[in-house]
Design a protein around this ligand. Structure first.
Ligand code: G6P
Length: 613
C-alpha cells in the first residue's frame, strides 16, 4: 500500500528518493514526502497528490538535485488510513524538536493511548496519523543511540510496521524495522538503500536482504547491522535478485495495465515453462516439495486469498474438484483468519497472492500453520513474505505487475492452478490420456490469449459503445462464474462503473429486478458445458430489454441473433476457457475506462498491495 524508500551513501539522495517513490507510486499515492539529513538539520518536503508534484516542490528547495548537501534521506508515498490525504498527514513525521523523522507502513493499533500519554508529557501532535506517535516516542526514548531509541519505542507499540527513521545527529544512519509490513535492504557499493518493495531499488543494486518480522537494522553507507527487537544480533542472507528493471517500464504502451494485458502470452509461457512433462503426462512443480505419497494423502484443499487472487482461487476450486477429485473450499483470507477454520492434518492451505504481502492472506498462512495444515504459496513476487513463510509453493514468474488492477497475475495463477490440479489428478484418478490432453491444452494457452489480443480492435469498438453505462452485470456458469466475478471486478476497479458478477442462475433470485435498457449484461456463453443454460439466461435478460454482450466460441452460429454484441473467443475446453475469456474482459474494461478518461493505472482509493487489515 504505502511505499518507503531510503538512501545513505556518497551521492546526493534526493533524486534517488524521488525515483524510488516514482517506482513505488503504484502501491499507494494520495500524498508523498521526504526527509533529508543536511548539515543544518532535517529538511522535509511533503505534498498531496502525485510524486511529480513532490518533485516540483523539492526543486524549490534543491534547484539541482545532484548538488544538494544531503546524503542520507527517507521518503514515502501514502495511502491514507488514519487521517485524510493532506500535506500535514503525509509522511515523514517529525518529533517536536525536528530531530527525528519517521516513515511508516502499517497501523499502530494503540496509537490513541500512546498519543494521550505523550500529550501528557508535553508532545504536540500536528497530524491525525497513527504514525506520528512513533517520532515522538523515539525522541522520548533517545539517549544518544538511534537504534536503541527505535527499539525502545517499538517495544511500546502494538500493531504492524515497516519503518525507516533518520536523525539529524546521525547524518549517515538510517534505522529500519519490520513487523507485518515488508522492508528490504539494497546492498550497494559504498551506499545502502532500503525500500518496502524491490522495484524501488532494483535499478541501483541486485543484492538485497529481506528483513523478517521483528528484525531491526542500523544501516550506513558501508555497513548493515541487523538485530531483533530484543537487541540480539541476527544474521540474514544476501539474496541476488533477478529483476529486470525495464519490465517495470511502460515500453510505449499508454498504460501499465495495457502493457500487462498484452504481456500475457509471454507471462503464461513463463509460468508453464519447464513444468509440463509430456512423457509422464503430468505437471512438475518441484517448489511444492511434496512426495507423491504426501500428495496422495492430501484430502482437502483450502484456498485463502483476496481480490483478483481469490477469483483465480475460485476457478481453481473447479479444477481441483473436477480434475483431481479433491474437495476444495475458497475462503476470503480475512474471513479465514478470524473464523476458526477447520483444518485437519491432511488439509492443504494454498495462499494465492500476487504480491505475497497481502496482510489478510499472510495472517491466514500463519493461522493455517498454527493449526497444522500443509501450507503452500502461489505467489508472483520472489522472496515475498508469504513465499518465505510458506517455504513451499509455486512462483508465477509473470514479471512485475505494476497496474493496480491485476491482469497477468490472474491468468498465470489460473494456469498454475490448472497445472497443480493435473499433478494432483495424475497422482489419483486421472488416466494418462486425460493427463496428456490437459497438458496439450495448457500448452495452447499463450496462443489462445494471443488470438484474443489480436481481436482487441473489435473489443475496443464494443467498449466504446457501452462506455456511458452506469451499471453492468456479468454472468457465467461453472468456471465461467468466477470468470464473470473477475470481469465485474476489473470494470469497477478502473472505470468506477457499478458492476456485479453473478452466477447466471442466480440472476433471477434478485438482480433481475434491476435489469432494463440502460443496464448491459455481459454473458459468458462460450461453447462449453452450461452454454445452453446461459443462452436461456440471455433470453431472460433480453426480455427485460437489457443489452447483452456475449462471449462466444468462434463459429457459434446461434448466438449472434440473440445478443447485441459478441466477443469471439477461440475454441478451447472448459478448463482453459476462463483464461482467453478473462483477457477479453480485461480489454473490455480497459477500453471502457479509457473512454471515460479514468486514471487506469492508479484508480482512486485502490492500492496494489494491501498490507493493512
Ligand atoms: C489489492 C489489489 C488487487 C489484488 C488484491 C490481492 O486489492 O488492488 O489487484 O488482487 O489486493 O493482492 P495479492 O497481491 O494478494 O494478489
Amino acid at each position: 500500500m504505502c511505499g518507503i524508500v531510503g538512501y545513505t551513501g556518497k551521492r546526493c539522495c534526493v533524486s534517488t528518493l524521488l525515483e524510488g517513490l516514482r517506482r513505488l507510486e503504484y502501491r499507494g499515492y494520495d500524498s508523498a514526502g521526504l526527509a533529508v539529513v543536511e548539515n543544518q538539520g532535517l529538511t522535509t518536503v511533503k505534498n498531496t497528490g502525485k510524486v511529480e508534484a513532490l518533485k516540483d516542490r523539492s526543486a524549490e528547495r534543491w534547484p539541482d538535485f545532484e548538488r544538494c548537501e544531503g546524503y542520507t534521506g527517507i521518503a514515502h508515498t501514502r495511502w491514507a488510513t488514519h487521517g485524510a490525504p493532506s500535506e500535514i498527514n503525509a509522511h515523514p513525521h517529525l518529533d517536536d524538536s525536528g530531530k527525528f523523522a519517521v516513515v511508516h507502513n502499517g497501523i499502530i493499533d494503540n496509537y490513541l493511548e500512546l498519543r494521550e500519554h505523550l500529550r501528557g508529557q508535553g508532545c504536540e501532535f500536528k497530524s491525525d496519523t497513527d504514525t506520528e506517535v512513533l517520532s515522538h516516542l523515539i525522541a522520548k526514548c533517545y539517549q544518544g543511540d538511534l537504534l536503541h531509541a527505535v527499539a525502545a519505542a517499538l517495544n511500546k507499540v502494538k500493531g504492524t510496521f515497516g519503518l525507516a527513521v533518520v536523525c539529524s545527529e546521525h547524518p549517515d544512519k538510517i534505522v529500519i524495522a519490520r513487523r507485518g509490513s515488508p522492508i528490504v535492504i539494497g546492498v550497494g557499493n559504498d551506499e545502502t538503500l532500503v525500500a518496502s518493495d524491490i522495484s524501488a531499488i532494483a535499478s541501483y543494486t541486485k543484492r538485497v536482504i529481506f528483513l523478517d518480522d521483528d528484525d531491526m537494522a542500523l544501516i550506513t553507507p558501508g555497513s548493515i547491522e541487523i538485530r531483533n527487537i530484543e537487541n540480539v544480533p541476527v544474521s540474514r542472507e544476501i539474496a541476488q535478485i533477478d529483476w529486470d528493471v525495464s519490465a517495470a517500464e511502460k515500453n510505449g504502451y499508454e498504460h501499465f495495465m495495457l502493457k500487462e494485458i498484452f504481456e500475457q502470452p509471454q507471462a503464461v509461457e513463463n509460468t508453464i515453462r519447464g513444468r509440463l512433462d509430456k512423457s509422464a503426462a503430468t505437471a512438475v512443480l518441484n517448489g511444492l516439495n511434496l512426495e507423491p505419497r504426501e500428495m496422495a494423502m492430501i484430502n482437502r484443499i483450502v484456498i485463502a486469498a483476496c481480490g483478483t487472487s481469490m477469483n483465480a482461487g475460485l476457478v481453481g476450486e473447479y479444477f481441483f474438484e473436477d480434475i483431481a477429485g479433491i474437495p476444495t473450499d475458497v475462503e476470503q483470507a480475512a474471513e479465514f483468519r478470524y473464523r476458526n477454520p477447520i483444518i485437519e492434518p491432511n488439509t492443504m492451505v494454498l495462499a494465492v497472492s500476487q504480491s505475497g504481502e497481502t496482510a489478510d492472506t499472510l495472517a491466514a498462512v500463519r493461522e493455517a500453520k498454527n493449526k497444522g495444515a500443509i501450507v503452500a504459496g502461489l505467489n508472483n513476487v520472489v522472496g515475498s513474505t508469504i513465499a518465505r513463510e510458506t517455504g513451499r509453493g509455486i512462483y508465477l514468474h509473470a514479471g512485475p505487475e505494476i497496474g493496480v488492477a491485476s491482469t497477468k497475475a490472474f491468468t498465470c495463477q489460473v494456469s498454475a492452478l490448472l497445472m497443480m490440479a493435473v499433478l494432483f489428478g495424475r497422482g489419483r484418478r486421472m488416466n494418462r490420456t486425460d493427463g496428456e490432453n490437459l497438458i496439450n491444452e495448457i500448452q495452447q494457452v499463450p496462443n489462445l490469449i494471443q488470438q484474443v489480443l489480436d481481436r482487441a480492435p473489435e473489443i475496443e469498438k464494443i467498449a466504446i459503445k457501452y462506455a456511458k453505462a452506469e451499471d453492468f452485470f456479468f454472468i457465467g456458469r461453472g468456471c465461467m462464474y468466477p470468470t464473470a466475478l473477475e470481469g465485474a471486478l476489473k470494470l469497477k476497479e478502473i472505470s468506477y462503473i457499478h458492476a456485479e458478477g453473478y452466477h447466471a442462475a442466480e440472476l433471477k433470485h434478485g438482480p433481475i429486478a434491476l435489469l432494463e435498457e440502460k443496464v448491459p449484461v455481459v454473458a459468458l456463453a462460450n461453447n462449453i458445458p452450461g452454454r445452453d443454460k446461459v443462452l436461456a439466461n440471455i433470453q431472460e435478460c433480453a426480455a427485460r430489454k437489457s443489452p447483452v454482450i456475449a462471449t462466444a466460441t468462434d463459429g457459434d452460429a446461434d448466438i449472434a441473433s440473440l445478443v447485441q454484441d459478441v466477443i469471439w473467443i477461440p475454441e478451447c475446453s472448459r478448463f482453459v476457457a476462463p483464461v482467453p475469456t478473462v483477457v477479453a474482459l480485461q480489454l473490455l474494461s480497459y477500453y471502457i475506462a479509457r473512454e471515460r478518461g479514468c486514471e487506469i493505472d492508479q484508480p482512486r482509493n485502490l492500492a496494489k498491495s494491501v498490507t493493512v487489515e
